[in-house]
Ligand binder design. Sequence first.
Ligand code: WTA
Length: 649
Amino acid sequence: MSETHSQDHAAATRRFPPSEELAGQANVGPDVYERAAQDRLGFWEDAARRLTWEKDWDEVLDWSNPPFAKWFVGGKLNVAYNCLDRHVEAGHGDQVAYHWEGEPGDTRTITYAELTAEVCKAANALLELGVQAGDRVAIYMPMIPETIIAMLACARIGAVHMVVFGGFSADALASRITDAGAVLVITADGGYRRGAPSALKPAVDDALGRTDSVRNVVVVKRTEQDVAWTEGRDLWWDDVVGRQSDQHTAEAFDAEHPLYIMYTSGTTAKPKGILHTSGGYLTQVAYTHWATFDLKPDTDVYWTAADVGWVTGHSYIVYGPLANRATSVMYEGTPDTPHKGRWWEIVQRYGVTILYTAPTTIRTFMKWGEDVPAGFDLSSLRLLGSVGEPINPEAWLWYHEHIGGGRCPIVDTWWQTETGAHMITPLPGVTNLKPGSAQTPFPGISAKVVDDEGKELPDDTTGLLVLTEPWPSMLRTIWGDDERYKETYWTRFGDMYFAGDGAKKDEDGDIWLLGRVDDVMNVSGHRISTTEVESALVAHHAVAEAAVVGASDPTTGQGIVAFVILRGAAEDSGEELVKELRLHVRREIGPIASPRQIMVVQELPKTRSGKIMRRLLRDVAENRELGDVTTLTDSSVMELIKEKLPSST
Ligand code: WTA
C-alpha cells in the first residue's frame, strides 16, 4: 500500500503540457474560458447553435423557479434529426456511424444513411404499436446496434426512453418499469458475455409478472436462444420493424421535452429516475464531446468502451458522437473474450484514434501486464479519456505510456448521471495535464469546494464539491418526485447543487475529486447504494439486520463488504448461507451488487441514536486500526466483530 502511495505521489507531481501540434489545431483553445467567463449564457447559446433548431429559443435560461431550470425556452428541435438526417442531408450518408463488433467476432458496419433508415423504420413501428410522444419505453438490451436504433426511434417520436442495464435483475427492471410507467419494453433474446449467450427475455417475462403498465414486448433476435412467448404481447423486432417504411418525417419538440430517464442509486434503497430533456442536454453533450475529445468528424475513429445502459453510453456512445457526426466503434462483450488483447485488436483493426474508458478497466489491464497491448499496433490512438471514478496517478501513467505510447493526452472527465455531460475536465489542447486530477471546470460551468456550511474553502483543504450555476444538460427533476429532487441536491446549500463528492483544490486551483461522501459506493465505476444492498439482504429470510460498506479495492475502486446478523432461527451460518446470500443479492439487484465479502456477526456497531457506524465497519473491512469508538452504545461490539473474523483479513 505504501509503495503504491509513493509511486502515486511521484506520478502526481509530473506535468504533461499539450504538444505544440495539438495546441495549434485543437477544436478549442484557451480563449473559450474567457469567452464563457464573460458571457456564460452567450457561450452556451453558441454551443446550441451547433445544432439544427426548427425554431429558435426566446430565452436562453429560465431560472425563475429554482431548482427547476428551463434552457433554450421556446426553442424546438428533434434530437434524432440532429443525430441522423441532417448529416445525410449534408452529403455524409455514406460515412460510417458505427463499426460494431459482436463478442463472437461477427461485425456490422452501419453508415449514417443506413442508421437513419433503420431508426425511421423503428419509429414507424413504435407508432403502429400506439406509442405516443411522452410515453415511456423501457429498453433492456445487450450492446447491439438495435439498442441505439431503439433509443433514437423513441427520441424521434418524442417518446421517453428508459434504458435498464442488461446486467440488472428482473426485480430491478420491474421496479423501474413501475416507477416510470413504461408502456413498451424493447429487449432481445440475449447477448454474448464471456463467450456464452446470456439470456435477457426471461428477466423481462419475470418482471412483467409484477407490473401492469406494459402492453407489448418487442424482441430482437441476437443469440437465437429459446424464449418463452406471450401471444398478443410479444412481437419479434424483425417482424414489426422489418415491415415498416424507412421514411419518417421527424417532428420538432420543445427544447424541454423529456428525452430519457436513467435510474441511478441514491442514498435510499429506491433508485432515482434522473430526467433529462432535449435541447440543453443535446447542446452540452455535443459540445463537450467535440471540445473535450477534440473530435474531428472526418478523420477520427472514436470509441467509448462502456455500456449503453449507463449515462456514459447515452451521452458519449449515442448522443454526443452522433450529433457531431463521429465515426464510432461499439463492442458487445468483455475485454478478455476470447483473449486479453481483444480491445487492442479492435483498436488496431478500426484504427481507433480516441479511446474513453474507466479507471477500473485500466487497472485490470495493468494487472494483465503491458505485454498484452504491446502485441498490437496502437499507433492510431491520439487521445485518451477516463471516467467513472478518480483515476489514481499510477494508473494514469500506465495508460499514458502503455496504451497512449507516451504521446496521447488523457482527459480525466468528472461528471454524473445527473449532470448529463462533462463538468470538470482538462481540455486537450489547452491544459497542462496533472495525473490524478480532473483539474478545471468546463467553460461555462462553475464549481466550488465548500465546507459543511457552504463557505468556499482555501486551497488544499478537503471539502465538498458544489456547482454554483445551472448548466444546460442538468437533470430537470427526479421522475415523479420533485420534492426528492430538491431535497437530494438543493437543500443542503440552498442555491448550490450538491454533487455528493468530496473534493479539494490545489495551489494551482486544480480540482481533485476524492470519492463519494454519502452512502453511495463506486464499484468498477458503477454507483451502488449501501442501503439498496442492505435492504436486499434483509429481504432474505435468514437475515435480521445488515450493514454494507464500500471497502477500497485495488482493481474495482471499492468492493462491497456486508455485515449480517442472522435471525435466531437461522441455523446455518456457514459458507453455504454466505453463497446463498450472495446469489440472493444478484437476483434482487444484479451481479454488480454482489458483495465481495459477507461476514456473519452477532452485533453491529451503533451510535446511541441507533445509527450504524459504517466508518468502523469500513475500518474492519479495510483491515485498519479502529477509529474512535467512544460514541458507540457498546464499545465491546467491535471486539466481538473482530474476534469473529480471524479469516476475514
Ligand atoms: C464518480 C458517471 C472522480 C463521482 C459519469 C460521481 C468520478 C459519480 C469521475 C457519478 C472522475 C465520475 N473523477 N470521480 N473523473 N467521474 N466520478 O452517475 O463520485 O455513474 O459522483 O456517472 O462517479 O457516477 P455516475
